[in-house]
Design a protein around this ligand. Sequence first.
Ligand code: BGC
Length: 259
Amino acid sequence: MTTHHLITDLGDIGFGVDIGGSGIKGAPVDLVAGTFRSERTRIPTPQPSTPAAVSDVVAKVVSSFGIEAGERPVGVTFPAVILHGVAKTAANVDKSWIDTDVDTLLTARLGRSVHVVNDADAAGYAEVRYGAAKGAGGVVIVVTLGTGIGSALFVDGTLVPNTELGHLEIGGRDAESRAADSARDTEKLSWEEWAKRLQKYFRTVENLFWPDLFIVGGGVSKKSERFLPLLTLRTPIVPASLRNDAGIIGAAMLAAELG
Ligand code: BGC
């Protein structure tokens, strides 16, 4: 963990933290450029990933930014359905998060205003504002492939939150259990084998939503040339351009906009 210099002129700086299954990452964000303002901090996610243990790590990440409490709100991503600041699901985190008011918990722990948002929604928002879908109209679906599958749906740039398309039931199975990047990893699938599952997944989604564009995010999107060319879809599909930074950037932007 690095401690950054004290940032005194907030100007267009926002703050984002991404709570993931393996790491909790954060950085000050330049809200005009949509880039990190300084190096990001990453601390492994505590196991079990209970609300108390995770809050402590989020506090450490935020304190590494070198900013005073009580300033601009911090945007935080969380891998679950978030309704008005409350986690309603917990597919890949400790079940004790269900019905936890994450906004209130982290606001109290950090002593500053916090806005929590679903991780894929945050990443998608950054891609629509600064990344691969910048300026794109129509229906855009951002799919993040990681431990689970996250989704973010945009209609003319407006987010429809909590779509949870990773949990579509396909062939009697929860889609993310078959097609997430973690399935490729644990089942040691070749790119071709994994692409067959992705083909089925994206085909199902496009038949239901008829989007104008798919964007694929998550860490594996940096190897998109290994699997995107293997897909045959009617919808254009491109890798996310902000990669794994998108969640932090999107969360910071959403928090700054909410004030
Ligand atoms: C969760 C989503 C999350 C996605 C990616 C899914 O299991 O239900 O809320 O966006 O994983 O982390």
